[in-house]
Write a protein that binds this ligand. Sequence first.
Ligand SMILES: [Zn+2]
Ligand SMILES: [Zn+2]
Length: 170
Amino acid sequence: MKISVAELRQLVGERQSFRFAGPAAALFGEGEPLWVDDPIAVEGEVVNNGRVLAVSGTIRAKATLVCNRCLAEYAQDVIVPFAEDYQKASDLQATDAGGDQAYYQGEEIDITDLVRETLLLAEPLKALCSEECKGFCAKCGANLNVADCNCPRETIDPRLAGLQKLLNKE
Ligand SMILES: [Zn+2]
Ligand SMILES: [Zn+2]
C-alpha cells in the first residue's frame, strides 16, 4: 500500500487522498490468517503540514473470529481509524526524533505496516459470536446454541451462589 508523494511533498498545505482495496492476502501477503480471505478497504488522505506528511484514514475489514464461548467461526465487520505522521528518512540524523516517529523513503509512503498494526490492535480480545451466545453446557458439553440439553440448570450468577448454598441447607 504505497502512496506516491512526489508532488505533495513539494508544497506545504497540499492534500492528497488515497484508496486501496482488495483481499487481505493481496494487501499483506501471507501470514495474516485472521484477515486473509476477506476484503479490506483503506481510505484516507495525506496532508503536507510542513514538518511532516500527516496520514490519516479509515480501514474497513471483515475479521474471521472464533467465539470464546461456543468456538464457532463467525465474521465481524471492523471499522478502525488510523493516523500517523511521516518524516523523510534522510532528515533522520538532523532531527533524531526517535520514539514513535514514522519515516518514508524516496517519493512514496508505504502504509502497509501501519494498516497491519492498526488491524492487529483492533482485534477483539474477547470474541463472542453474539452477546446472547449460550456456549457449551458445563456438564455434558452440548452446544446450547444448537439445542438445549436436559442437564439441570443451577444458579449461574456467582454472586448468588453463596445464597443458594444457604437456602439448600435449610
Ligand atoms: Zn458463540
Ligand atoms: Zn448438558
